[in-house]
Design a protein around this ligand. Structure first.
Ligand code: UDP
Length: 251
């Protein structure tokens, strides 16, 4: 069951590089990208405005290269470029499915994509174009999770959807503990006090300070995005100021 009065009318979807790699440990899995694109098109057709931030960890992570001696800012520039590669792959897939998109980069490369211009991004969203933000924040030492929180605040997103390959957030590491339980609702303060790893501290505090709900969910599970945004099902884990089931479904 759905309704036209969706609670989340404008969303920021964060896709990590890992998600775009599908079952691979490196690079882009085009089947995974196609699958995710199909899900995005479906919710966009219902009129949900979609902004996205893509990661680059499937190609290059600055901190890993710095750990073996590379200059950190230089390594981070490489990481930011990796996110642009992912953004272009995603743009291509979405457009082949008939969905208009724009890529905006935080580092100027105008032959390839638009520069990040907030007001222009807002106009695209209003016109039903998916806006893919690439190159993170444009600055080294940050993550694309932080870019996602920042862009979510800048475009006034109703929530930040953190797409992962797991069902949500658990009370303890499900890889280590068999009795780990998936949490459905957590407040920002509970997440902090229980030291639940949701996003890095900068990203998390930006969401908390701006009261942007975060939903962590498994995007590779077919139909999850629609279930979450259109049908209002409590998929994944909702992190918000108040907790409880109030953050799902129709407004
Ligand atoms: N990066 C950066 N500044 C940013 C965002 C990203 O320098 O604002 C670099 C950093 O090196 C990072 C890489 O881009 O390792 C890829 O981003 P991230 O690791 O966040 O990707 P994800 O884990 O989401 O795939």
């Amino acid at each position: 069951m759905g309704c036209d009065n969706f609670r989340y009318k404008r969303i920021l979807l964060k896709l990590s590089g890992e998600v775009l790699a599908g079952d691979k440990s490196f690079g882009i899995d085009f089947d995974a990208v196609a699958k995710i694109s199909k899900e995005i098109v479906e919710v966009a057709q219902h009129g949900i405005q979609i902004a996205m931030v893509v990661g680059g960890g499937n190609i290059f992570r600055g901190s890993q290269a710095a750990a073996v001696g590379m200059d950190r800012p230089q390594a981070d520039y490489m990481g930011m470029l990796a996110t642009v590669i992912n953004a272009l792959a995603l743009q291509d897939n979405l457009e082949r499915l008939g969905l208009p998109t724009r890529v905006q980069t935080a580092v100027n490369m105008q032959e390839i994509a638009e520069p990040f211009i907030r007001r222009r991004a807002l106009r695209h969203l209003e016109k039903g174009r998916v806006v893919i933000f690439a190159a993170g924040t444009g600055s080294p030492y940050f993550s694309t999770d932080t870019a996602a929180s920042l862009r979510a605040a800048e475009v006034g997103a109703d929530c930040l959807l953190k797409a992962t390959k797991v069902e949500g957030i658990y009370d303890k590491d499900p890889m280590k503990y068999e009795d780990a339980k998936k949490l459905s609702f957590v407040t920002y303060l509970e997440a902090l006090s229980k030291q639940l790893k949701i996003m890095d501290a900068t990203a998390f505090s930006l969401c908390m300070e701006n009261s942007i709900p975060i939903i962590v969910f498994d995007i590779l599970q077919e139909g999850n995005l629609k279930r979450l945004l259109i049908d209002g099902e409590p998929i994944g884990t909702l992190v918000s100021a108040r907790g409880g089931s109030g953050g799902y479904g129709c407004g």
